[in-house]
Design a protein around this ligand. Structure first.
Ligand code: UD1
Length: 417
């Protein structure tokens, strides 16, 4: 949906939010559906721009992929090895769709993936792992061409960094390769566990997901299944930080606090109340917010890099100093050159006109605007729509004064079917 977000800040948040399914789980699951010879149904998927881009990628590969209510159904065998260039360039996760095409068709063509501009985001770990499994990778300008002349075979692979995307690419390749793969130095994020659970439900044999060594027995073919993707721990973190910044009391349901505990612990340390349930958490802030001192992001189970800008927005409202160092991406904070953002107590936030620099940076501006006195306008909201569905209505339901100022439609508004 086009349009700027108009926010009048200074109102506390109150109420309950049900956390939707995770973008970072849905995208690899949609890529995995290319490996399945019968239909895949993903249940209760949020309507995100990146999900739409993924549907376009699946369609460009020759599958039928679309909405059935709030579910997504993917069916049909991929017959085209070249991914739609516009969709592929729009989103870094488009690289995940290559390994399944390579496994099924022996060839995959894409353009070098885009995505949020938060630092150099190479795909060398994806490609060198695939090469160890028998793929030949070559770049022609912006195009990337992968072939597997004798098919993919299992391999012993060690990642030099636990990249989430590379772990997913290699899991997808290994699930359909011939023989056994051992992946060491794998990412341990919960979204990897979700992908492995999905693959196993489809008949794959993946063991050890969630630890740094994953073992996969390749299978010739996988069937489809119906699967509910896990909850979005970054959306949950967003609402927790919004409550910390604007004050009030918010219950976040449907998402285990365990998967974003570092963020919750920092908010507690800053003076928020945090009440843990097994699948929900209540965050409250009625008194002052204090600085957090020095905090760092890291790979799971440390504080998620995606939560850093959200937390920074809350830190802006604290009465003492905080700093966040992001060790995962070199340009996580659009407003600073280095990896560390230092936040000193100020005289209070005032409304302003701002433009979202990237997905999480955009959400951080919304959080800051909720806490600021007066009116703010956030433009460039298409970037926020990549990862948040119905963000403004969800915040409005909690008592925020936020609306979308829609621009005149060009008549091509997308519809569900
Ligand atoms: C995924 C998430 C993103 C999150 C990130 C880290 C999705 C769709 N996106 O992104 O929201 O911020 O994990 O938790 O799930 N790297 C290389 N070579 C590679 C691959 C990565 O050097 O081949 C580097 C990257 O430049 C970056 C770091 O590794 O500095 C982390 O990247 P990675 O874990 O791969 O993140 P993504 O999978 O892109």
């Amino acid at each position: 949906m086009e349009g700027d977000l108009i926010i009048t800040g200074g109102r506390p948040l109150n109420g309950t939010v049900r956390i939707p399914a995770a973008k970072n789980s849905v995208l690899p699951l949609l890529a995995a559906s290319l490996l399945c010879s019968s239909p895949v149904r993903l249940r209760a998927v949020p309507e995100l721009a990146d999900v739409d881009t993924s549907l376009q990628l699946l369609q460009s590969a020759g599958c039928e992929a679309g909405w059935q209510g709030s579910d997504i159904v993917v069916q049909g065998v991929p017959g085209v090895c070249r991914l739609g260039a516009d969709a592929a360039a729009r989103m870094r996760a488009s690289i995940l769709f290559c390994a399944p095409l390579l496994a099924r068709l022996g060839r995959a063509e894409t353009v070098l993936p885009g995505g949020c501009r938060i630092g150099a985001r190479p795909v060398d770990l994806h490609l060198s792992g695939l090469a160890q499994m028998g793929a030949v990778c070559r770049a022609e300008g912006e195009r990337l061409i992968l072939t597997a002349p004798s098919g993919l075979h299992g391999a012993e692979i060690t990642l030099r960094f636990p990249s989430v995307g590379a772990t997913e690419t290699l899991l997808l390749a290994a699930a359909a390769a011939q023989g056994k793969t051992v992946l060491r130095g794998a990412a341990r994020e919960p979204e990897i566990v979700d992908l492995a659970a999905f693959l196993n439900r489809c008949g794959a044999c993946v063991q050890g997901a969630g630890s740094s060594t994953i073992r996969v027995e390749g299978r010739r073919s996988l069937s489809g299944c119906s699967f509910a993707p896990m909850a979005d721990r970054i959306v949950a973190s967003t609402f927790a930080c919004a409550c910390a910044a604007a004050g009030g009391r918010v219950e976040l349901t449907g998402c285990a606090p365990e998967i974003y505990r570092p963020l919750l612990e920092i908010l507690e340390q800053m003076g928020c109340g945090v009440k843990y349930g097994p699948e929900s958490v209540v965050v409250s802030r009625f008194g002052r917010l204090h600085g957090a001192g020095k905090v760092f992001t890291g790979v799971y189970p440390a504080l998620a890099t995606d939560a850093a800008p959200l937390l920074a927005a809350a830190m802006l409202t604290a009465d003492s100093e905080s700093s966040i160092e992001d060790v995962v991406f070199e340009r996580r904070f659009a407003c600073t050159e280095g990896r560390t953002l230092c936040i000193l107590p100020g005289t209070g936030l005032k409304g302003a006109n701002t433009a979202a620099p990237d997905l999480r940076g955009g959400a951080a501006l919304v959080i800051a605007a909720l806490a600021a006195q007066g009116k703010s306008r956030v433009t460039n909201t298409a970037l926020i729509d990549r990862g948040y569905a119905g963000f403004a209505p969800m915040l409005a339901k909690l008592g925020s004064e936020i609306r979308r100022e829609t621009r005149p439609s060009d008549g091509t508004e997308k519809k569900r079917h």
